[in-house]
Each structure stands twice: as C-alpha cells, then as structure tokens.
Write a protein of this length. Sequence first.
Length: 58
Amino acid sequence: ELFFEEKLTPGQYKDKIDEVKKEELKAIAEEIYQDNRLNIAIIGPYKKEERFKKILRI
C-alpha cells in the first residue's frame, strides 16, 4: 500500500489470492526452483557427499 495508489481491504487481498490458479503457481515454482539454483551449507564432518547432493535434487 505504501508504494501503490490502490488500497485494498483484507477481503480484496483474499480475493486476489483466491484468483491465483494452480498452474500459475506451478509455472513460477518451476522457474524459481531449479537444480542449478539450489544451495546448501554444511558445517561439521560428514562421510557421504551423495546424501547431501540427493537433498538438492528436485
């Protein structure tokens, strides 16, 4: 609301959220969550690197 002229009521915000389709969310998620963009930080000794690589695969 601070950056836009339009002021919405809580009900209007809810309506806008309800308008979002499952396909739209899926498309955005596929764009954002790609294997080559995922990272992990590990502290401490570990023996099997493959265990952590597996976590980072979608």
